[in-house]
Structure formats: structure tokens, C-alpha cells
Design a protein around this ligand. Structure first.
Ligand code: NDP
Ligand code: MG
Length: 392
């Protein structure tokens, strides 16, 4: 392969699960990738260590109170230091940035991702909430600016890989695989008493706390249905969720001739991160290889949408459209946070989301400022309706 210019990458959310794995990918292939920006919210210690190792052009710390600590450490080394959300939206537009890894968790990732798209930066998208909240706006803007959105989410990376060479062929169905999370097979009654600690123990993946809880409720899969709709332009009824507890098949595409393509591999987020960074090339890696003897049976089940109501709610908001996915997302963020603080029980998560969907005003054609307002209003209503004292 001919020598390629290095890609300068902005890592937004560098101290998180995806961010740190992205840095492992870059560490292993310094001839291909370089770090241009590192950004985090409040983990100043790790951000400083990362900057000292990867020597980016600049770093952004979200929390203004941490600015001085970071600046004192990094400015003498010639690294520019900024703080706050507005700075982040500005630096992603720097000419020297080739690709932006959107790996901030939640709604907080929307603004900087939109700003990067506005400046024509290519996007490696982990932050699925960006497409859940404002999928139409984001994909329209990306098209207008000639921006490719490379999925990092393993399922969407799998679909993207299955579609290579198939762009003129119609998709008949997408099968999004889901591990089922730690509570697979539990009845609604049993779910009433599950704890935060149990919910945080995912069988196959190590991830940030928010997405781990989303995986336990199946909301993660619901968010991914919405993400797939926007990334691959497929109708909700063409997206099927299938429980596959081994997490080896990362998703599948069925074409009009009935043929199904699947993408497989060990559950390791470094693979989809690496693919998004390297696209259109596949570079050699030392990641552990799959061994068929260790997985004599790959199994599949239907999801239990009666016990795991969040998945159904996500399909509903996708069909309703407007600002309802934004309401669902904000309510879910508040509910998950409340569950993580032991303020509400596991089954109250979908209850709170449904309450917000019924009480936040619906807007059919929201603008960006409508999303900001919807997010704020939903957080207010959800916050008021977190009724403590019902943890388990
Ligand atoms: P983590 O909670 O592990 O990390 C979140 C990162 O975002 C941290 O670096 C955090 O900084 C930063 N951050 C949070 N809020 C802000 C803010 N307001 N401004 C700047 N930085 C902020 O999350 P994950 O890495 O697990 O997930 C990140 C995204 O990737 C999510 O959208 C998730 O759904 C998606 N994803 C994750 C997968 C995984 O395996 N983890 C798989 C597929 C998708 P700090 O550390 O300082 O708080
Ligand atoms: Mg996923």
C-alpha cells in the first residue's frame, strides 16, 4: 500500500471508555494517526497525562474550574489549553483537524459534533445521542457539507462494513444484534428489584456507566435503531432487533435477493474505532483473533419488549418523529442518572421517559434552538418527577 498522509484526529471525550480505546489505537499506529485535540469534561489528571503522551495542538477541559490546573501543566509544553463548551465548538473547526471522533456521552456531544460538521470535518461517530436527538438536522447538514459520518458503534460499523460494495443494492432488512445485557431472561417482577451494581455488570463489554445502564434496559438498542435509521436511511419496520448473547455477530444486512451479510469478531471496540479511523483501508492490527472452538454455538432470541419497555418507546418516538426522540433522550439521561444515584428503581426508568413524552410539548419540525429548549424542558420535568425513596 502506498504511503498515506497521517490523519490528525480530534478526540472529544478522550478520558472515557471510547476515548481511551481510541488513544490505544493511535498509540499502536503512530505512522497513521496523530492526536490534534483532546477534550474531556472534568477528569483533569487523565487529560494532562494523555496530553503529555500524545502532544496535541490543544486540549479543552469542559469544567471551567479545572482550567488552571490543566493550563499550568500543559502550557509550558507548548500545548494550547481552553475550557468550556463554546471553546470546544471553535477548536474542532481548526484547519489542522482531519477527523473528529465524537465520543462525548449524551446530549452534551451534539453541539461540538454539529460544529465540526459545519466546518466540513469528517466524523467518526460514537456519540449516538447526536443522531437520536437531531438525526434529520445532522444528516442534512453532513450531506450539505460533504461530510462522511463513519459509525463507531459496533453494530453500525458492522452494517457499514456489510454495505461496502453494495451501495447500489437495496436493503431489505437490518438485523441489529444485542447481547441482552445482564438481565436477559428476567421477568418484569424480577426486574423490579435489580440493583445498580447488578446493572453495571455487562456480560460482554466494558463501557461508560450511562451506556451500560442503557444496555441493561435495552434503551441502548432503541437508541441504535434510531441511529441506524438516520445513518442508513431505512424505515423503522425494516430494522429488527435480535438478541445474540455472545456478541460475536455485530449486526447483519439482508438484501432483496434474501442474502444476509454479517460482520463478526470478538467484542472489542478498538476494531470499529480502527475501521472508522482508517476508512477506506483496513490496516493490520495485533488485536486478538476470534477462535471458533471457543464459541461452538452462536444463539439468537427475540427481545422481550414487555419487560424491557424502553426498546418499544424508542421505536414509538422514531415513528412519531419531531422532537419526541429528543424528549426520550433527555428523559432517559435524567432517569439513568437517578438510577445510578439509587434514587429510583430500574423499572421507573421507562416510566419516567413515558411521563415526559406525555408532558413535554410536541414540535413536529424542530429547529436547533427547539432541541435546546426541548432538552432543557424535559430535564426540568423529569427532574421534578424523580421521586426518591423508591430505589428497589
Ligand atoms: P464515558 O462515560 O466512558 O466517557 C464520556 C466522555 O465524555 C469522558 O471523556 C467525559 O469526560 C466526556 N464528557 C462528558 N460530558 C462532557 C462535556 N460536557 N464536555 C466535554 N466532555 C464531556 O462514555 P463512553 O466512552 O462509554 O461513551 C461515549 C459515547 O460513545 C456515548 O455516546 C456512548 O453511547 C457511545 N458508545 C460507547 C461504547 C462503549 O463501548 N463505551 C460503544 C458504542 C457507543 P470526563 O471523563 O472528564 O467526565
Ligand atoms: Mg452498540
Amino acid at each position: 500500500m502506498k504511503e498515506l498522509p497521517k490523519k490528525n484526529i480530534a478526540i472529544l471525550g478522550s478520558t472515557g471508555s471510547i476515548g481511551t480505546q481510541a488513544l490505544e489505537v493511535i498509540r499502536a499506529q503512530p505512522e497513521l494517526f496523530a492526536v490534534e485535540i483532546l477534550a474531556a469534561k472534568s477528569n483533569a489528571d487523565l487529560l494532562i497525562r494523555q496530553a503529555k503522551e500524545f502532544n496535541p495542538n490543544c486540549v479543552v477541559i469542559g469544567d471551567n474550574d479545572k482550567y488552571k490546573i490543566v493550563a499550568d501543566e500543559l502550557q509550558p509544553a507548548g500545548i494550547k489549553v481552553f475550557s468550556g463548551e463554546d471553546s470546544l465548538s471553535e477548536v474542532v473547526q481548526m484547519e489542522t483537524v482531519d477527523l473528529v471522533l465524537a465520543a462525548i456521552v449524551g446530549y452534551a456531544g451534539l453541539k461540538s459534533t454539529l460544529s465540526a460538521i459545519e466546518a466540513g470535518k469528517q466524523i467518526a461517530l460514537a456519540n449516538k445521542e447526536t443522531l437520536v436527538v437531531a438525526g434529520e438536522l445532522v444528516t442534512k447538514k453532513a450531506k450539505e457539507k460533504g461530510v462522511n459520518i463513519y459509525p463507531v458503534d459496533s453494530e453500525h460499523s458492522a452494517i457499514f462494513q456489510c454495505l461496502a460494495g453494495e451501495f447500489h443494492n437495496k436493503i431489505e432488512k437490518i438485523y441489529l444484534t444485542a447481547s441482552g445485557g445482564p438481565f436477559r431472561g428476567k421477568t418484569k417482577n424480577e426486574l423490579e428489584h435489580v440493583t445498580r451494581e447488578q446493572a453495571l455488570k455487562h456480560p460482554n463489554w466494558e463501557m461508560g456507566a450511562k451506556i451500560t445502564i442503557d444496555s441493561a434496559t435495552l434503551m441502548n438498542k432503541g437508541l441504535e435503531v434510531i441511529e441506524a435509521h438516520w445513518l442508513f436511511n431505512v424505515k423503522p419496520d425494516m430494522i429488527d432487533v435480535i438478541i445474540h448473547p455472545q456478541s460475536i455477530i455485530h449486526s447483519m444486512v439482508q438484501f432483496e435477493d434474501g442474502s444476509i451479510k454479517a460482520q463478526m469478531g470478538l467484542p472489542d471496540m478498538k476494531l470499529p474505532i480502527h475501521y472508522a479511523f482508517g476508512f477506506p483501508y483496513r490496516f493490520k492490527t495485533e488485536f486478538p483473533r476470534f477462535n471458533f472452538q471457543k464459541y461452538p454455538s452462536l444463539t439468537f432470541e427475540q427481545p422481550d419488549i414487555k419487560s424491557f419497555r424502553s426498546l418499544g418507546l424508542a421505536y414509538d418516538v422514531l415513528k412519531t418523529g419531531g422532537n419526541s426522540p429528543c424528549i426520550l433522550n433527555a428523559a432517559n439521561e435524567i432517569a439513568v442518572e437517578a438510577f445510578l444515584k439509587n434514587k429510583i428503581g430500574f423499572l421507573r426508568i421507562p416510566d419516567l421517559i413515558e411521563f415526559c413524552l406525555n408532558n413535554v410539548p410536541f414540535i413536529q419540525h424542530p429547529t436547533y434552538s427547539d432541541f435546546v429548549e426541548t432538552d432543557r424542558e424535559t430535564r426540568r420535568i423529569a427532574g421534578e418527577n424523580v421521586i426518591p425513596g423508591d430505589p428497589h
